[in-house]
Design a protein around this ligand. Structure first.
Ligand code: PLP
Length: 345
C-alpha cells in the first residue's frame, strides 16, 4: 500500500490571487436583476452609492466591467491624446495599452523616481514630449510603491501629463487620490470591487474623474456592459460595508505578522500597503525552487515570471493574503522551504 504523503494533512495556503475571501452573506438575486438590462433601474442607484462611498458626485463616476475594462477604455481613450505612455513595473496595464493603441509604454523605474524626483525621471524618459500619460498603481502590485500626496500634487500641476492611478487595493491601503479629481483636469482614478470587497466574480469596477473625462470615456463603449447581477452584489456590499472592516483589519494584521516573522529570519521582504507581501530572492532559480518547494507542501504562490508582473525582475515572489490565517504556522512552513531552498542551491 502506498504510504500517506505527510504534506496531505497540511493546510493548503492558496496565496496566488489578491481578491479577499469574504464570509459575508449575500441575498438571492431578484428576477429583475436577471431579466432587465440594468442601465435604467440598477446602474443609476449603484452609481449614486459609489459616488457617496467615494465622497464625489455621480457625474464623477463611471461603472465598468471590472477595473480591467476601465484600464482598456482609458488606454483606448488615450490613443489620440498622448504620444508617450509611461508605466512603472505594474500589473497587466502595459499589455492593455499595447492592445488599445499599439504603443509600447516606456518603463519608468521607481529607483530613478526616488533618486531624481518624479519630474526629472519623467523628462529623462520621455525626451520632453508634450502629451504624456503616466499610469500608476498605488499601492503598486506587486512592488508596494505608494504615491504620496506631495508627489501627486506635483504631478497634477504638470499640464503635459495625464495621470491614471489604479487604486485596486484602496480598501486595504486606505489611501486615495479621489478627492483631487474634483479640481483637477488631468487625473483619472480606477477602483474595483474585486479586491477589498472580494467579489471579483461580479466583474464590477469604476472610474473616478472630472465629469468631462467621464463623459468622454463613456462615449467609447456601448450601453449594457455592466452586469445587473454583478451590480446587485455590489449594492449589497456597499450597503453593508461596515461588515468588511473587521476582515480588512485582520488581513492586514496577518500580512504584518508574516512580514515581521520573515524579516526576523532575514528574508528580503518588500514593504506593501496592499494585502500582499513580495519577497526578493537572490536569483530567479532560487525563486523558482522556492515556489516549487512551497507548492509541494500546499503553499501556492506566484513568481516574478508570471504574466501578471510586467517588468518585474523574476527573482521576486508574491504572497497574497486573501483572508486571515494562522501566520505563525504559515511562516514556519514557508521558512522551512526557504531554508531547504538555500541549502539546495
Ligand atoms: C492593480 C490591479 N488593477 C486591476 C486589477 C483587475 O481588477 P478587476 O478584477 O476589477 O478587473 C487587478 C487584479 O489583480 C490589479 O491587481
Amino acid at each position: 500500500m502506498a504510504s500517506k504523503d505527510p504534506s496531505f494533512s497540511r493546510t493548503i495556503y492558496d496565496l496566488r490571487y489578491t481578491s479577499l475571501q469574504t464570509s459575508i452573506s449575500f441575498p438571492e438575486v431578484p428576477m429583475s436583476a436577471l431579466t432587465e438590462y440594468p442601465d435604467e433601474y440598477l446602474l443609476p442607484e449603484v452609481r449614486q452609492l459609489v459616488a457617496k462611498y467615494s465622497g464625489l458626485s455621480q457625474e464623477n463616476v463611471m461603472l465598468t466591467c471590472g477595473a480591467a475594462e476601465a484600464i482598456d477604455l482609458i488606454a483606448k481613450w488615450s490613443a489620440h491624446r498622448t504620444s508617450v505612455v509611461l508605466v512603472p513595473v505594474i500589473y497587466l496595464i502595459p499589455e492593455a495599452i499595447q492592445r488599445a493603441c499599439g504603443r509600447t509604454p516606456l518603463m519608468l523605474l521607481w529607483s530613478e523616481v526616488r533618486a531624481a524626483g518624479i519630474h526629472k525621471a519623467i523628462d529623462a524618459l520621455s525626451n520632453g514630449a508634450a502629451d504624456m500619460m503616466l499610469w500608476l498603481v498605488s499601492p503598486n502590485n506587486p512592488t508596494g510603491e505608494f504615491l504620496d500626496a506631495p508627489t501627486l500634487e506635483l504631478l497634477t500641476r504638470n499640464n503635459k501629463l495625464w495621470i491614471v492611478i489604479d487604486e485596486a487595493y484602496y480598501e486595504l491601503s486606505g489611501w486615495t487620490a479621489s478627492e483631487k479629481v474634483i479640481d483637477t483636469t488631468n487625473l483619472i482614478v480606477i477602483r474595483t470591487f474585486s479586491k477589498g470587497f472580494g467579489i471579483s466574480g461580479a466583474r464590477c469596477g469604476y472610474i473616478l474623474s472630472n465629469p468631462y473625462i467621464v463623459r468622454e470615456i463613456q462615449k467609447l463603449r456601448e450601453p449594457f456592459r455592466v452586469s445587473g447581477v454583478g451590480l446587485h452584489y455590489v449594492r449589497h456590499a456597499l450597503l453593508n460595508r461596515t461588515q468588511y472592516k473587521d476582515l480588512w483589519r485582520k488581513v492586514l494584521a496577518t500580512r504584518d505578522c508574516i512580514s515581521t516573522i520573515l524579516q526576523g529570519a532575514n528574508v528580503n521582504v518588500v514593504a506593501s500597503a496592499g494585502n500582499f507581501i513580495t519577497v526578493r530572492l537572490s536569483t530567479e532559480p532560487v525563486a523558482r525552487e522556492l515556489v516549487k518547494k512551497c507548492s509541494a507542501i500546499g503553499i501556492n504562490l506566484l513568481g516574478g515570471w508570471d504574466r501578471e508582473f510586467v517588468g518585474l525582475p523574476p527573482e521576486h515572489i508574491r504572497l497574497a493574503i486573501r483572508e486571515p490565517f494562522d501566520s505563525e504556522n504559515f511562516s514556519q512552513l514557508f521558512l522551512e522551504s526557504y531554508d531547504a531552498t538555500l541549502k539546495t542551491l
